[in-house]
Design a protein around this ligand. Sequence first.
Ligand code: 1HE
Length: 269
Amino acid sequence: MTDITKIPLDNIKVSVANNGLATVTLARSEARNALDESMIDQLVRLFYGIGKTKDVTAVLMTAEGPTFCAGLDLKEHYYKDRSSIDFMQVCRGWHEAFNNMQFSGKPIVAALRGAVVGGGLELASAAHIRVADSTTYFALPEGQRGIFTGGGATVRVADMVGKSRMIDMMLTGRIYQGQEAMDVGLCQYLVGEGESETKAFELANKVAENLPLTNMAITLGIEHSQNMSSNDAYFSEAFIAGIVNTQPDARDRLAAFANKTAKKTKPED
Ligand code: 1HE
């Protein structure tokens, strides 16, 4: 079994609590957590390990400093003066890292603050739940920087906000924040300044209580069904439910409902 705390990390920290909640922290605040090649390689390995280990049930993703993530390390990109083929390989790394996040089977709750821009938004969009605070703002400044997204935004951000909004964000540098960011689908929770980590922690702990197979089905099954015809998606749903809804570990939870000891699904609960 992979011990993810043994994976060599630099500018990223990880810890695992007794209930299986892993906290992954971007720790490069002096560069506003901009992602260089080394950090992307680390994210590839870390989330591959998180997927494989039974020790982790859910992930809280957070960041040090006032900014969640300023995206691609623009200075590294400038000084390396990469060729087209070099940058295509860089993008393959970003795609692998964020796919390992989205499809590890472990739910990720991201605690956002300050700038969530460019590749920072691509990173956040690979999380399953995004919690913003009143300082959080979202943008795709690539258009103004003379570059293009390369970490999956054309799929994940377009999926969240729709292609017209994404094109507007990239052409004009439009910034979304607060209730408007919620309304367009960039985040699912909005809390007061400095409260996103507390809220994300609460949600991640709640998610960690779900059965692992159920969390895997939720985070993977819904995503994959979007790319299928309705008939294929119904078949896939039935197949997933056939496995998940009959898992032995669910028996206790179903028994609790049958014998009236389970919580009801009501607003006050
Ligand atoms: C950086 C980066 C970076 C900051 N790469 N070093 N991303 C962007 O276009 C965002 C670029 N960054 C900014 O607009 C601002 O830095 C922030 C709004 C994020 C933060 O502002 P602020 O005033 O809090 O900090 P700062 O003084 O601008 O930055 C602090 C340091 O971080 C400074 O370095 P220093 O050595 O002068 O102290 C900055 O240079 C450094 N820093 N952001 C490198 N991004 C796979 S394709 C993805 C495409 C993209 O992501 S495009 C990038 C979009």
